[in-house]
Design a protein around this ligand. Structure first.
Ligand SMILES: [Zn+2]
Length: 327
């Protein structure tokens, strides 16, 4: 029976049902979820996906975890919500919610008095994220986005939360992890940052992209999540900790002009300072902009669509730590 908060069964039970909200703006939507309660004591782990509705790798990874996690192996409780941004999923809308055009991953912890996306973020945050002991938000590249697998943690949270989030990221074991500490005025409102601000350690994990359901990327997210669950104490015993390479903050490239975008690099490439990463041409072929890396780093994601509007996002470079930043 649908409920306004997730329902948990007795120890050893898996419950699959739907969440509904009392908020008038969310009327008519119901969010499928799975809860698993182990026989052993342990923390509450919340796993969500589909904050971006066309990131199918992450959605399928959450569906697989919901089906494959055995209540007999789970310690504590697990909650899995495979598609948060249901309007975007059904309408195949990349990045944003089609109802109000907002990117949900900029509006956490949400606002019950805002538009659809604000209210949705508030609903998911209060019912699923804030009550958890650890939190994993699965993503992948959206319809026009290629990426190399990476994680993001909040590096500006309380030290204990940062340490535990990094422990999850190192167990998850994606190639790169960005230490996110947005300055005022920069991009905020991301899920893991809102979680960290209320003391919940967590991360975003990204794999797959450009609207493809690539099963090796699904495996990457499923296996990484399982290792993170060992680290969090939700699965018995110790698992391998593959580790990760830390990057200091993002350098996101935007185009000034509308035009035709050509990337000169690929996701996962190592970039030197001063290297050209791409160009924006006019539709008559004139070079309008040349994008140059301001520091050395790794290309974490890039826009694969050649068509770009003015101020459009082109590419995300993760910058290596510099000596003085480490000091
Ligand atoms: Zn995403």
């Amino acid at each position: 029976m649908p409920s306004t908060t997730p329902r948990y069964g007795a120890p050893g039970e898996r419950v699959q049902d739907t969440l509904v909200s009392d908020a008038p703006l969310l009327a008519g939507y119901s969010w499928p979820y799975t809860t698993i309660v182990g026989h052993q004591e342990g923390p509450q782990m919340t796993i969500i996906a589909g904050i971006h509705g066309c990131e199918y790798v992450s959605i399928h990874a959450a569906m697989r975890l919901a089906a494959e996690l055995d209540p007999a192996e789970v310690h504590g409780r697990v909650l899995i919500v495979p598609v948060v941004n249901l309007p975007a999923y059904w309408e195949r809308t990349p990045f944003v919610c089609p109802i109000d055009g907002k990117n949900p991953n900029r509006f956490f912890p949400g606002d019950p008095g805002g538009t659809f996306t604000d209210v949705l973020a508030d609903f998911i945050f209060t019912t699923c994220i804030a009550p958890s002991g650890a939190f994993i938000d699965l993503h992948g590249g959206d319809m026009v986005e290629a990426l190399t697998p990476f994680a993001i943690v909040a590096a500006d949270a309380a030290p204990e939360v940062v340490a535990r989030s990094r422990g999850l990221a190192e167990a998850f074991g994606l190639s790169y992890t960005v230490n996110s500490r947005p300055a005022p005025g920069q991009i905020g409102g991301m899920t893991f940052a809102a979680a960290a601000s209320v003391g919940v350690p967590g991360l975003i994990a990204e794999a797959g992209g450009i609207g493809q359901l690539t099963m090796q990327d699904v495996d990457l997210l499923v296996n990484g999540t399982r290792r993170a669950m060992h680290a969090a104490g939700n699965l018995h015993g110790a698992a391998a900790v593959p580790g990760t390479r830390y990057l200091e903050e993002f350098n996101w490239f935007y185009t000034t002009n509308e035009g035709f975008w050509i990337a000169d690099v690929r996701a996962g490439d190592d970039i030197q300072v001063g290297q050209q990463v791409g160009r924006v041409l006019s539709l008559t072929g004139e070079v309008l902009e040349t994008l140059i890396a301001p520091a050395a780093g790794a290309v974490l994601f890039l826009t694969t669509s050649a068509a770009v509007k003015a101020q459009g996002l082109l590419l995300g470079l993760g910058l290596w730590p510099t000596a003085d930043k480490e000091a």
